[in-house]
Design a protein around this ligand. Structure first.
Ligand code: ADP
Length: 270
């Protein structure tokens, strides 16, 4: 990855501060060229994400959210700027960065318990090491009664629980989630918001979560980043008490932030 270097040329922060960053992103660009047509889904993104933060990347469709997440995952190679994960240049996918997609991208030919064990098993982690984690996260996500079920026997919400248990059982330091709950109904989504918040609080992982839904961001995030035409146009701390749910609707600070987000997103809808 020629354009993405491991050592920032200039930094006024100490190594200690940098060591606490899950991501250090500077002037990140991604450009596509087809003949004379140039598209730039990422157009100079600057962002530092401390370890353990829950960041929602918000915006209407076509603003570069998925592209940014895929660059963080190492699935897309930026054409300019710096991108460090845990202080090291991103040069492709790595087990330290787990991904959850919108689609049910779980192996349909594996029973639930084998699905959850799939990541660590295929990385050659000893069974004695991964088995307790697999067991723990099957319990945590509420799949204890479905251990031997096939994915096709599960509802969309339960399959999403399999995906969540799988990514946590693989023990990445960072979770990258691309609209994982957008195909689910409101009640299933609310339950999964609570579950994900609990797992994040229990494990202290860094989470970068792409969504186009303002309320989903307000329920989940420590911090909301708004992307517009490949650049960050808003970066807000979200420090309302947790757990968050319907009560956010009568929370003044939440309502004020929701209005500001609606104003900025309303102006950028494509
Ligand atoms: P979002 O996740 O915010 O919906 P995306 O990151 O998927 O947005 O896409 C951002 C922009 O980049 C869109 O205009 C999209 O059409 C464009 N884009 C994405 N992939 C490609 C590609 N392979 N070639 C050309 N343009 C692309």
């Amino acid at each position: 990855m020629a354009a993405v270097t491991a050592s920032p040329q200039k930094s006024d922060r100490s190594m200690e501060t940098r060591g606490r960053l899950a991501f250090e992103i500077r002037a990140l660009e991604l450009e596509y060229r087809e003949g004379s047509r140039v598209t730039r889904p990422l157009d100079g993104v600057d962002l530092q994400i401390p370890r353990g933060q829950f960041v929602c990347i918000l915006g209407p469709s076509g603003q570069g959210k998925s592209t940014l997440l895929r660059c963080l995952a190492g699935l897309l190679e930026p054409t300019g700027g710096h991108l460090l994960a845990n202080g090291v240049a991103v040069e492709g996918p790595a087990a330290e960065r787990g991904m959850v997609f919108q689609q049910d991208a779980i192996p349909m030919w594996l029973r639930v318990e084998d699905n959850v064990a799939f990541g660590p098993k295929s990385r050659g982690v000893p069974k004695s090491e991964y088995e307790p984690r697999v067991e723990h996260f099957i319990e945590e996500v509420g799949l204890a009664g479905h251990r031997t079920a096939w994915p096709r026997q599960l509802s969309g919400g339960l399959r999403k629980r399999v995906a969540i248990a799988s990514v946590f059982a693989n023990d990445p330091e960072i979770l990258l989630m691309d609209e994982p709950f957008s195909a689910l109904d409101y009640f299933t989504r609310s339950k999964l918001h609570r579950l994900l918040t609990e797992l994040w609080q229990e494990t202290g992982k860094t989470i970068c979560f792409v969504t186009h839904d303002i309320d989903e961001a307000l329920v989940l995030a420590d911090r909301v980043i708004v992307l517009n035409e490949g650049a960050i146009v808003m970066d807000e701390t979200v420090d309302f008490p947790r757990p968050r749910g319907e009560e956010l609707r009568s929370h003044d600070a939440a309502n004020s932030l929701r209005e500001r987000l609606m104003a900025i997103l309303g102006g950028s809808e494509s």
